[in-house]
Structures are given as C-alpha cells and as structure tokens.
Design a protein around this ligand. Structure first.
Ligand code: PBG
Length: 326
C-alpha cells in the first residue's frame, strides 16, 4: 500500500484513533520501585543526584511502600545501607541486618506487596566490591557461598523474590541450591543477568555507599560493547534456574532487552538505573525538557523494546500520572 492510497496519518488524527492503534500501554503493574533502607528512626536522607529519592529508615519506608502499592505498583526492591562494613560482608547475611529487618516489617505491614531484595555484597564490603577480595582480586568461587547465604537470609526474612546483582559466575545455581535445601523452592530468583559495567550507576553508589575503594567492576560486570555475550549470560542464568532475566541499565541497552526478549522465554526485567533517572531530573529542573513527558516516553520505550517489568525510581510519579489519566 502506497501513498496516496495509504495514509498513515489517518489513524493519528484524533486521540481516540491513536488510542485504538497504540501498541504499548504502560500500567503501574509494570513497575518495581527501588528503595534504600538504613538503620535508625525518622531518617529521610535526600540523595543528591536523585532528586525525590531518599535513604529511609524502616518507619519511613513503610508509608512510602504503601503509597506505591496503593498506586498499583506491585513490588519494591530493597537496597540496604549497613551499620558496618567488613571484608566478609557479614551484615549482608545477618538475621538482624537492615534488609532482613525491613523485609520482615514490610511483609508484616503490607503482606500483598511483593518484596524483592537485591542480593549483593558491595555495600557490605569494606572495599566496596561485589565479591570476596583476595590479593586484590575479586574471587568468584569464594563469593558464591556468601551470596547464597545472603539470599537465603532474605528469604527467611520473608522476601518474595531475591535478585542477585553481583555478576559472579554460577551464583544463580548456588542461590537456587541454598534456597531449595532450606525448603524454599517457591522463592523465585530475578537474575541481573546482563548487567553492564556502566557509568550510569554513579548516583546509586552515592545512595548505597557502594563505590569500590580500588579499581572498578570491569572484571565481573559486562563490557558495554558486547551483545552476543548478553545472550550467553542470560541463557546460563536461565539454565541455572533464574525465573526472571534482568537487563541493566535499560535505556542505553534497549537492543539487549529486545534480543533477550526474542531469544528467551522467561520474563524480562529492565533496570532504568540511577543515572538515567538523574539525567532526566537534571534536565527537567533546568527547564530544558518536560520531565513528565520524557519519563513516560522513556518507560514506554523500555516496555516497547520487550521488558515485562521495569525497575524504576519513577515508579510512583509514573503510576500517579497513569492513575490521573484513567
Ligand atoms: C549493586 C548494584 C548496583 C546497582 C544495583 N545493584 C551498583 C553497582 O553495580 O555498582 C545500580 C542501580 C542504579 O544505578 O540505579 N551491585
């Protein structure tokens, strides 16, 4: 069909017609809200590079999680800021660790909210790396046991799903085994399968206090130049027992989301990370872009590329806008 017989503009003439042919519809169901939890009472520390996001003590975390849930957001993912760091990340898998306490309290107060926990060691290690460091090297196999213990302790505290973000090889299998051995075969694993070594994590590291004290994460996170390798990572994690495959970051990696969606038959999650959030917020504050519109366009693009779920700091704002429209 060619012009003038076919005119694509015909179906764009009114909002009603546009709605009828719209292919991608965002809903609050798509969102997972990332939250930073810290010890104390009445704490609400603003995160500089993430306007509108905070380090929250549990008493402040609960009402915000409830607000998200009431807006239709089904899930939150928790990141902990521990009271103490050491070379074995002991506070990551302590029964009275901050994430464990927060998960328990959230499940207690909001039983229908899906509580996901980020499983990593970087915020709990004195050196800030995601695994055990021996002679300056991040040791893969020595890290697996600590990661599995962390995931298990989260599940014991009530986490509905655990999400390993460390990028050690074999950690999905190690976590699956630890959960199953403890009779927790019903706890799903959302694997940060294609997690790139990205500079878009900058604001998050300030929020979580998780920047590495030496070197960088290039020996474990993926090279941003690689795409085929992402398929291999995702396939491996699927075979090790991952229930959800994550791509991270989202917007600069839409091609990866698309390819994984085509090649795998598991749900795909995408993490719209801190730097992506910060850029939109900063440009909007300067009046250079319309923040709300760019937010919705970004989230729509991530879903259009193939994401079934989007981890985003915009979860509340976007859900509010979607609700307002309905
Ligand atoms: C921990 C972790 C990071 C993020 C999620 N989990 C940071 C990192 O790998 O350095 C980044 C999230 C964001 O930027 O919003 N390993």
């Amino acid at each position: 069909m060619l012009f003038p017989d076919y005119r694509p503009r015909r179906m764009r003439r009114t909002e009603g017609l546009r709605r009828m042919v719209r292919e991608t519809i965002l809903t609050p169901d798509d969102f997972i809200y990332p939250m930073f939890v810290i010890d104390g009472k009445g704490v609400k520390n603003p995160i500089d590079a993430m306007p509108g996001q905070y380090q929250l003590s549990i008493d402040n975390l609960i009402p915000l999680a409830r607000a998200a849930f009431d807006l239709g957001v089904p899930a939150v993912i928790l990141f902990g800021i521990p009271d103490k760091k050491d070379p074995l990340a002991t506070r990551a898998y302590a029964g009275d660790g901050i994430v464990q306490k927060a998960a328990r309290e959230l499940k207690n107060k909001l039983p229908d909210l899906v509580v996901i926990t980020d499983v990593c060691l970087c915020a709990y290690m004195d050196h800030g790396h995601c695994g055990v460091v021996e002679k300056g090297v991040v040791e893969n196999d020595a890290s697996l046991d600590l990661l599995a213990r962390t995931a298990l302790s989260h599940a014991k505290a009530g986490a509905d799903m655990v999400a390993p973000s460390d990028m050690m090889d074999g950690r999905v299998a190690a976590i699956r085994e630890a959960l199953d051995e403890d009779g927790r075969s019903s706890v799903p694993i959302m694997s940060y399968a294609a997690k790139y070594c990205s500079s878009f994590y900058g604001p998050f590291r300030e929020a979580a206090g998780s920047a590495p004290k030496f070197g960088d994460r290039r020996t474990y996170q993926m090279d941003p130049a690689n795409a085929v390798e992402a398929i291999r990572e995702a396939t491996m994690d699927a075979e090790e027992g991952a229930d959800v495959i994550m791509v991270k970051p989202a917007l600069p990696y839409l091609d990866i989301i698309y390819r994984i969606r085509q090649e795998l038959d598991l749900p795909v999650a995408a993490y719209n990370v801190s730097g992506e959030y910060a850029m939109i917020k900063a440009a909007a504050e300067k009046g250079w872009i319309d923040g709300d519109r760019v937010m919705m366009e970004t989230l729509t693009a991530i879903k259009r590329a193939g994401a079934d779920m989007i981890l985003t700091y915009f979860a509340l704002d976007a859900a509010r806008l979607l609700r307002g429209k309905a």
